[in-house]
Design a protein around this ligand. Sequence first.
Ligand code: ADP
Length: 397
Amino acid sequence: MNVLVINCGSSSLKYQLINMNDESVLAKGLVERIGIAGSVLKHEKAGMEKKVFEQPLKDHKDAINLVLKTLVDPACGAVKSLEEIQAIGHRVVHGGEKFANSVLIDEKVIEAMKECIDLAPLHNPPNIIGIEACKELLPNVPMVAVFDTAFHQTMSEVAYIYPLPYELYQELGVRRYGFHGTSHKYVAERVEALTGKDMKDLKIITCHLGNGASVTAIKDGKSVDTSMGLTPLEGLVMGTRCGDIDPAIVTFLMNKKNLNVSEIDNLMNKKSGVLGISGVSSDFRDIEGAAGEGNKRAQLALDKFAYTVRKYIGSYAAAMGGVDVIVFTAGLGENSASARKTICEGLEFLGISIDDNKNNTRGKEAEISKDGSAVKAFVIPTNEEVMIARDTLELSK
Ligand code: ADP
């Protein structure tokens, strides 16, 4: 059985076609600039060179049409006909309190997803547009929605409630939800395979450190706390997002700089984080490069980032009453030995001890803690697509 995994952004679309017999990726790709000049599809078939197709794509339906055409293309496609795509899995950012698990999509589910739009006005609409486009193009293929928030629905009320008037939670759903759930769950499951221990017997802290970044505390196999909140703006210092700040800064800056709502939102989401501190870039490779050449603000950005992750690890160890395993994943977590080392420095009191030689690794599963370290640390490349495909297979049987 082949599952097509689709992740629709506002002007982009990522896809993977996965053969579920062995979970191999038959083809994958990315459509960019949907609805704007210069639309482009970059397609890779296993074992073949990347192909680039440039053609106008006015909307997501056009984009999905092109993806489907490419997947059955005799020259670079991966299947002979669309009948070989037996199910489609969609990544959906926000499931609110409505979805604690993945779900087979029907009209009711789409309605419920629309009710979550207020909570993720930038992310959920393109996700829904992608689903509706696929429904039109492949009406008989079962589709499943996999939510970024679902894994964190196990958080306790104490962990998810904000100290705001309780009525705002009741009326508007203002509470902490958390994101990157599919990734945190995937790496936690890999911890079971790597340690030979049941997740239920482990306290795990998973650090998803990419452009967007979050930390999750997993106890008894369940997310008990996570650093992102109502939106993905809360928590760690990120590429361009500020993470935790004094909320009074919002009104202070609006007053002093005469900013309106969308301007302050843009400042906190797009101009802050390590980009804001360093003034160099949101990309950690550029910042590490600049810091290496003596740029003090770049170094400050890296130090602030690592310090924040370290504080979250400490607080989650406190929240769970200990920690057995720490995992690093996503772009920075998988690739930057220096970030992992700086984050873990000073955590020896918790029993965390990183082996510099073992830590000198990138992009593959590896234990990086010293032999005998009470807390084990791992690098585990994330794979959200395979998680989406597994749920899709399960629910569409
Ligand atoms: P997202 O999916 O949130 O866009 P990714 O998980 O792809 O993010 O991570 C992107 C981040 O990972 C970028 O900031 C990038 O600089 C960083 N990154 C990727 N490779 C490396 C590397 N070799 N060294 C340092 N940082 C890296």
